[in-house]
Design a protein around this ligand. Structure first.
Ligand SMILES: NC(=O)c1ccc[n+]([C@@H]2O[C@H](COP(=O)([O-])OP(=O)(O)OC[C@H]3O[C@@H](n4cnc5c(N)ncnc54)[C@H](O)[C@@H]3O)[C@@H](O)[C@H]2O)c1
Length: 283
């Protein structure tokens, strides 16, 4: 199947990045969120990033206009009837994703692939909400999407070889390097990354070091490009907590217990960069 029209559900930090790379690869994109202001915020972010590329001489101005011209926006899920392939990048919440996949299964034509950018929720559980589990797959982009090279492609128990291959090939078309993961909570990336971030939060919680000290140790001592607390702020603390809860729930192992400090920050609305405050203050 040739993918001509590409849907993105959720215009947040991941969704708008995915819409940008798909449009840059020449696909017609429909980007959806629940409110017009969220969709507009997503478009403004894409415009800002492309404008910066033009200023730096990395992108021609007419190419920027062409990319933006390929992205349509909507708040109506029924618009997904037009797409051949979609990526769901809504909030990391099982209830939201399950309802979306039930609705999308009704709305989308039989050939449409329903992929998800979930960070940790098993693909098989999402696929079970639909009547087309063979066409459900994980397409896990990294943040920020236009910059990061990896796409983790996750094969659910029922994902067909055709669906897997199409997702793999699309990732390459988007200029990314895919890696295959099987379907366990957190897949490969967050099975390894998120317990490290959670341990950094415990280190702060136990008063072992300040955020600056913890991040400096990991940057200069372990050669990580970003410290774990700064990275948590970039990912979003709500997303980090949701991933830890999925790991804890999925493995029933106390080593995945989310740090109470992480929960406290999320409950206070300190979600990291996207809310202006997390382990650091973004003013
Ligand atoms: N942040 C990261 O670093 C990162 C990396 C990889 C994957 N992910 C995953 O990507 C997904 C999105 O994360 P994000 O960081 O972009 O979150 P975000 O909070 O920036 O954006 C989520 C968007 O989803 C929208 N949304 C909520 N319910 C919706 C619905 N029913 N229909 C349509 N849109 C809806 C919200 O309005 C919001 O704009 C999550 O599953 C997350 O786990 C995040």
């Amino acid at each position: 199947m040739e993918v001509k029209t590409f849907g993105v559900i959720g215009a947040g930090q991941m969704g708008n990045g995915i819409a940008q790379v798909a449009a840059a690869a020449g696909l017609n994109v429909v980007m959806l969120d629940i409110k017009e202001e969220f969709v507009q915020k997503g478009m403004a972010n894409i415009t800002r990033i492309l404008s910066r590329s033009v200023e730096k001489g990395k992108l021609a101005a007419d190419e920027k206009d062409a990319i933006l011209g390929r992205i349509a926006t909507t708040t109506e899920l029924s618009e997904m009837a037009k797409v051949d392939f979609l990526v769901e990048a809504a909030t990391e919440n099982e209830k939201i994703k399950f309802q979306l996949f039930k609705d999308l299964d009704e709305i989308c034509p039989a050939h449409t692939i329903l992929s998800t950018n979930t960070s940790s929720i098993p693909i098989g559980r999402i696929a079970a909400q639909t009547g087309r589990p063979d066409k459900v797959v994980g397409m896990h982009f990294m943040n920020p999407v236009p910059v990061m090279k990896l796409v983790e492609v996750i094969r659910g128990l029922a994902t067909s070889d055709e669906t897997f291959q199409l997702t793999w090939d699309l990732s390459v078309k988007f200029g990314k390097t895919p890696a295959e993961s099987s379907d366990f909570p957190g897949f490969i990336a967050n099975r390894i990354l998120m317990p490290m971030i959670n341990e950094a939060v415990f280190t702060l919680y136990h008063g072992v070091g300040t955020p600056e000290a913890i991040d400096t140790v990991m940057k200069l001592g372990m050669n990580h490009p970003m410290g774990p607390l700064a990275l948590a702020d970039l990912i979003g603390l709500d997303t980090c907590l949701a991933i830890m809860e999925t790991l804890y729930d999925g493995f029933k192992d106390s080593k995945y217990r989310p740090c109470p400090l992480l929960r406290k920050y999320v409950e206070a609305g300190w979600l990291g960069r996207k809310s202006g405050r997390g382990f650091y203050d973004y003013g």
